[in-house]
Each structure stands twice: as structure tokens, then as C-alpha cells.
Design a protein around this ligand. Structure first.
Ligand code: PLP
Length: 466
């Protein structure tokens, strides 16, 4: 009991703490209120530890390092919640980690139009009010071959706007194999209902025929609606109707075709050893009237929903009241303009857009990168490293069965289990999201940038002899 009271007496007074050199330095650069909060929190935590009967040595050590602990507490308080992490998971378009990655070149453009005023809705030629959507129209038309285009907040919003504009109070015909759920919250039947369109399901899970669509058409049918299966594949005994085949019905009954393409790729990825994904250009030239896709999946840009297709429909969408609620800001438009400009030249797009770059990088290059990474990490008494074969993933429900052979660096640790390591790295000041594979922590080098090697090294070095 006496000991217990002595411990309480060891706790410094606030005045003494404020006199500490470390704290004085903090006071020069930070608000006193915030520092006082940290001081009180740390003092409370010591008192709690004493009353909980915590080990005396631990408590004395804590008191000895009080100023440093207060500094740590303050830094934590000041740290923003949304921040950089390192993606060592090998999932290229990782929805939980922000999907596509931007470059400084793209950010420079966003900065240019954002630190001052911009011509967001001002027509510089005419000197009068303009449209925010006009900045992207020409480039998107040129690249996709579509008559017109429109950009909204994300692809879910795009589908909602399309259905609301073209099919409200009427029905759209969709195959049962395409009633997808994306990321847990976007479900085609629900989105349809919300938009005011009636979903008319046809066919079965594995087979849908052209005649299924044809038999379902009635005077109230607004469109034939195709949805990319995105995050799953139906294998085996299957049959589906392509948009090209639907064209016959479209002409016979004069009903437009709508397609939610999901990822929206603009380059034939099969040239780069990936599976073939229907491109936006193919959809348009196959006669789809309105196509929508995401801005931050395979396109490699920012969160947005891009709608391309027939002018008569897009113009109606621009007048829909929903458009005002779904509209994108200048950051989005500015980033997309740069990203689309790369697509004028396929090679440029592959080299400039990190998502495409990471998906098409050659295995030899990944091996070299893994070697450079191990060299960089250097030798130490705690960890050793080995290059292993691994499969990366495309992510974001794109090309779900695609195998992407990759190289990873396996960490062999003397004192940590793989789960301890995973947790410690995840809680590093710049969090590192790695994978556990066959009992070891691994870093898939595909999604790590070279300028992040040093951060990972710092994190690992800080764990040596902890
Ligand atoms: C990803 C996806 C969506 C949702 O796109 P967001 O841009 O995330 O809103 C909608 N439909 C399909 C088929 C998708 O793959």
C-alpha cells in the first residue's frame, strides 16, 4: 500500500511538466490547449495504471519518459485520419485503399485550377456562363467514338441517372445473370427501383437467350439493360446475349440499349497478357446507345461515373434534376481531363497511368524490383528476406479470375510472428498494408512504389531489438 502511494507521489505536477525542454519546444509550435489535453490524458493514464496495479517498473519507466509520451500523444492528436498508406497487398485497384493512384502531373493540374479561380463554368471565348461538363466533351468523344458524354459522381450515380432519365415509370429488361451486387451496397435491382424504373428480369442465372429478351418486350419497355458481371464469373454451361446480338432487337423494336460496363477499360488489355475486357469503344461501335463506367477502376483516374453515348439521351440527362445532385467538382474534372489526354496515345496511357502501369508491368521487371527492394532493406540481425512467386489481383471487381503472376518479398523474422508483424506495420506512422501468405508476412512489390522502400525500411528497422 505504501509503495502504491509512493508511486502517486512520483507523478510530476503540471507546472513541472510545462517546464520540461521537450514540452517547451512543443509549446512554441502548438496550441497550448491541445498540449494541456495531451498532458492530462497521459497523467490520467499513469494514475489508472497505478490503481490497476500495473508493474512498478513499467510505471516508473513511463514517468521517466513522460515528456516523450506527451509528445507522441500530441502527434497522434494532430494526425489527420485520412492519410497515406503503403499498399503491399498486390491488389492493384484496392477499393479500401483508395482505388486508383494519381501522379504529381495530375495533381499539378488540380492545383493550378484550385489554388486560384478557374473557368469551371465560364466560356472564355464568349465571355459568358459555360458548362462544367464541356471541358471533357471533346476529348472523351474523340477517344470513345461516342456522340456525347457526361460525368457524375461515380458509376452508381451514372446508372441511377441513366435509368431515371430513360426509363422512369417504364421497364428495362435485364438478364438474371447480370443482377449484380458491387461492394456490398450497390445492387442493380435496388438502384433500378430507386431510379423509378421497373426491372424486368429475363433468362436464368446461367443462360439467357435473345428470345428471352424479345419475349419480354412490351409497349412499356424503355430499354434493354446490360450490366457487366464485374466481380464474378459464371462458368460451365452458360449462354448470354452480347450487346451486338441485342442490336437486332433494338432495330426491330426501336428500343435503346444501355450498358453498365463497370470498370470501363479504353485499351484492349489482352495485348498486354490480361484477359479481354470489352472496351468502351467496342460497346459504342457495337451499337450500345448509352454506356457508363467508373473513373477510378481500370480507367485509372479519380472517382467518377462517366456516361457516353447518343446525344439525344445525354442531353436529357443534363436536364434531369438529379444531375445537380450528382455533379462533380473541379478536382474531378481537372484530374479526368489529364487522364483522358493520355489515352490519345495508348503507350502514353500505359506509362503515365499508375493503375495501367502496375497491371502491365513485366514479370522480369517485378523480379528486378524485388531484388532492389531486398538490397535496400539491407542485412540485419532480426529479419532476412527472400523473393517468392505470388499472384497479384486486379481488384475492384475487375477481371476477378485474372491471375497476375507477381513477385513478393517474404520476411523471415527471428522474434515476431507473422501476425505481430502485420499488426505492427499496419500501425506504423505511415501504415503498411501487407499480406500473410503460407505463414509469412509478404510484400507484393507490384503495388509498392520505389520511393516507398525507405518508409518500409524505417518501419522494419524500428522493430529491430524492440
Ligand atoms: C464498380 C461497378 C459499379 C459501381 O461503380 P462506382 O464507380 O464504384 O460507383 C457499378 N456497376 C458495375 C458493373 C461495377 O463493376
Amino acid at each position: 500500500m505504501e509503495n502504491f502511494m509512493n508511486l502517486y507521489k512520483m507523478i510530476p505536477k503540471v507546472d513541472q511538466i510545462l517546464d520540461n525542454e521537450i514540452i517547451k519546444k512543443l509549446l512554441e509550435e502548438n496550441s497550448k490547449n491541445l498540449i494541456m489535453e495531451s498532458i492530462h490524458e497521459e497523467l490520467n493514464s499513469i494514475r489508472n495504471n497505478i490503481s490497476n496495479g500495473c508493474d512498478e517498473k513499467v510505471i516508473l519507466n513511463y514517468i521517466e519518459n513522460l515528456a516523450k509520451n506527451i509528445e507522441k500523444n500530441l502527434l497522434n492528436k494532430k494526425r489527420l485520419n485520412l492519410r497515406k498508406v503503403i499498399n503491399a497487398s498486390g491488389v492493384v485497384i484496392h477499393t479500401n485503399l483508395g482505388r486508383s493512384v494519381l501522379t504529381n502531373e495530375i495533381l499539378e493540374n488540380i492545383k493550378d485550377v484550385s489554388v486560384g479561380y478557374s473557368n469551371l463554368e465560364y466560356d472564355l471565348q464568349k465571355g459568358e456562363r459555360g458548362s462544367r461538363y464541356s471541358h471533357l466533351t471533346e476529348i472523351i468523344k474523340k477517344i470513345t467514338g461516342a456522340e456525347d458524354c457526361m460525368v457524375v459522381n461515380n458509376n452508381a450515380a451514372a446508372v441511377m441517372l441513366i435509368l431515371s432519365t430513360m426509363a422512369k415509370g417504364r421497364n428495362v429488361i435485364t438478364s438474371r445473370s447480370e443482377l449484380v451486387e458491387i461492394g456490398g451496397s450497390f445492387r442493380i435491382p435496388d438502384v433500378c427501383r430507386e431510379s423509378g424504373a421497373e426491372l424486368k428480369e429475363v433468362g436464368t442465372t446461367n443462360k439467357t437467350h435473345l428470345s428471352d429478351y424479345e419475349n419480354a418486350i412490351d409497349e412499356n419497355t424503355a430499354a434493354l439493360f446490360k450490366v457487366h458481371q464485374s466481380n464474378f464469373k459464371i462458368l460451365g454451361f452458360t449462354e448470354s446475349v452480347t450487346s451486338t446480338e441485342l442490336k437486332d432487337l433494338k432495330e426491330k423494336y426501336n428500343i435503346p440499349i444501355i450498358e453498365d460496363l463497370g470498370s470501363g477499360v479504353l485499351i484492349d488489355l489482352s495485348k498486354y497478357g490480361l484477359g479481354h475486357e470489352p472496351t468502351v469503344q467496342e460497346c459504342i461501335s457495337n451499337g450500345v446507345d448509352v454506356v457508363s463506367f467508373s473513373g477510378d477502376k481500370l480507367l485509372g483516374g479519380v472517382q467518377a461515373g462517366i456516361i457516353v453515348g447518343k446525344k439525344e439521351f445525354i442531353e436529357k440527362m443534363k436536364k434531369n434534376q438529379l444531375t445537380r445532385a450528382l455533379r462533380v467538382d473541379k478536382f474531378t474534372l481537372s484530374a479526368l481531363e489529364v487522364v483522358f489526354s493520355y489515352y490519345i496515345d495508348e503507350e502514353l496511357a500505359i506509362s503515365k497511368i499508375p493503375t495501367l502501369n502496375m497491371l502491365t508491368i513485366k514479370i522480369e521487371e517485378l523480379y528486378n524490383k524485388a531484388e532492389r527492394f531486398i538490397d535496400y532493406l539491407g542485412e540485419n540481425k532480426e529479419f532476412s528476406y527472400e523473393i517468392i512467386d505470388i499472384d497479384s489481383e486486379v481488384g475492384a471487381g475487375s477481371l476477378p479470375t485474372q491471375k497476375l503472376p507477381s513477385k513478393a518479398v517474404k520476411v523471415i523474422s527471428n522474434s515476431y510472428t507473422e501476425n505481430e508483424l502485420e499488426e505492427k506495420l499496419r500501425n506504423h506512422n505511415i501504415p503498411i498494408v501487407a499480406r500473410i501468405y503460407k505463414g509469412n508476412l509478404i510484400f507484393d512489390v507490384r503495388t509498392i512504389f520505389e520511393n516507398e522502400f525507405s518508409i518500409i525500411k524505417d518501419a522494419l528497422d524500428s522493430l529491430i531489438g524492440e
